[in-house]
Design a protein around this ligand. Structure first.
Ligand code: ATP
Length: 388
């Protein structure tokens, strides 16, 4: 097991425009489970392949444990990679599939046949594959095959596990079950793990920390809830969370946030008004997550509540997602569309076209500079307070 350190790593593919990975620095602690998440083409797989040694960095330094590995071939890096396509040998039994790599390197690793068998049986037990050891892969389900691929990585007892979207071929239920399995295994084995996915839920559930990437660069790397609750910029805020955070353009005027296009005015906290003051009325983006907006129960008075018209009600089981349009006046024209999440116990009361009143949790409002990766100025306020 080992620490994995990337320092200012850049990867430029020949003939490509911008680098696939640019000035990437990551310090992955020994035993840590780090998930790299981001949209298609952001450089996740390239990062993993650089660690594995399947790509050579154009610049920067890669260290695994105590060794700089920039020039070490994959076989000498002591890492095991599990891919989305598990590529098992169809003519070999599960046992032989799992033992194959070890047998090839048995002498180099100074293992006896009995020790190879011990490792395979132990891994099969951990993965509940003991009953299948003599079967061929084509008689296994997709989930079982992926577990064999995991087993093949585990028996090598590598310093680092590298996972490249290992669950994307599985159906939804199996994906959830297998990801729990991977988490449990990693907690048992404590092998440093780097896991790539485009699935934000998988990232949140699995990672000790998650690194959110966009266009070859890391936008934020922190524990899952910190990234969710304190996104450093608008891209990160919008990437994590389903339904996504509501974003509304406008500017802070007086004690409120005046929506662009004359679509109304939202209350914001005094602290945010003070933070925004240094932006001198320039356009900003207000962000609020669906769960930070509540529907005011009928008959309850709330002076800060806003009138809204429901456009869509989506029951999700434990909750209901309600899409609505803010109303400017009593029966005014529609403002921007937003979405809130509510407890499904109240479902039944709300219908499309119905009028509701919504209230925003002002402590959970974010303000971003404009632009796709506009900085979260709410956090700059916190850090400047912390520094003061
Ligand atoms: P996905 O989720 O779709 O797998 P990703 O985030 O893993 O995407 P990468 O596969 O790392 O992204 O690709 C990053 C960028 O590098 C993309 O623009 C891709 O087109 C480019 N790229 C990847 N491999 C090569 C290659 N061998 N030659 C040239 N360009 C490449």
């Amino acid at each position: 097991m080992a620490r994995v350190l990337l320092q200012h790593v850049t990867k430029r593919y020949p003939g490509a425009g911008r680098p696939a990975v640019e000035e990437l620095s990551l310090d992955i602690a020994d035993h840590e489970f780090l998930v790299i998440v981001g949209p298609s083409g952001c450089g996740k797989t390239t990062t993993l392949r650089l660690i594995a040694g399947l790509e050579t960095p154009s610049a920067g330094t890669l260290t695994i444990g105590e060794r700089i590995v920039n020039d070490l071939p994959p076989a000498d890096r002591d890492v095991a990679m599990v891919f989305q396509h598990y590529a098992l040998y169809p003519h070999m039994s599960v046992y032989r599939n799992m033992a194959f790599g070890l047998h090839l390197r048995r002498k180099h690793l100074r293992l006896t046949h009995a020790q190879v068998r011990e490792r395979v049986v132990a891994a099969a037990r951990a993965l509940e594959l003991e009953a299948f050891l003599q079967r061929r892969p084509d008689s296994l389900s997709g989930g079982q095959r992926q577990r064999v691929a995991l087993g093949r990585a585990i028996v090598r007892q590598p310093q680092v596990f590298l996972f490249d979207e290992p669950l994307s071929q599985l159906d939804a239920n199996l994906r959830v079950a297998t990801r729990t399995e991977i988490k449990r295994l990693q907690l048992d084995l404590r092998t440093t793990t780097v896991y790539v996915t485009h699935d934000q839920e998988e990232a949140m559930v699995l990672g000790d920390r998650i690194a959110v990437m966009k266009e070859g660069r890391i936008q934020q790397c922190a524990p899952p809830l910190e990234v969710y609750q304190r996104p450093v910029n608008r891209f990160v805020a919008g990437f994590l969370g389903t339904p996504a955070m509501n974003f509304l353009a406008g500017r802070v005027e007086g004690q409120g946030f005046v929506l662009a296009g004359g679509a109304g005015r939202l209350p914001i906290s005094g602290a945010l008004v003070r933070t925004a003051a240094r932006y001198g009325g320039t356009e900003l983006v207000l962000g609020i997550r669906p769960e930070a907006i509540g529907i005011v129960p009928e008959g309850e008075s709330d002076s800060g509540a806003l009138d809204a018209k429901i456009s869509l009600v989506e029951p999700r089981g434990d909750r209901v997602d309600v899409t609505f349009t803010l109303l400017k006046g009593e029966h005014g024209a529609g403002g921007p569309q937003m979405i809130c999440r509510s407890d499904s116990q109240a479902f039944g009361k709300w219908r499309a076209q119905g009028i509701i009143r919504v209230r925003m949790d002002l402590g959970r409002v974010h303000l971003f500079e404009s632009g796709e990766t506009g900085v979260n100025i709410t956090l700059t306020r916190e850090s400047s307070h912390a520094a003061a």
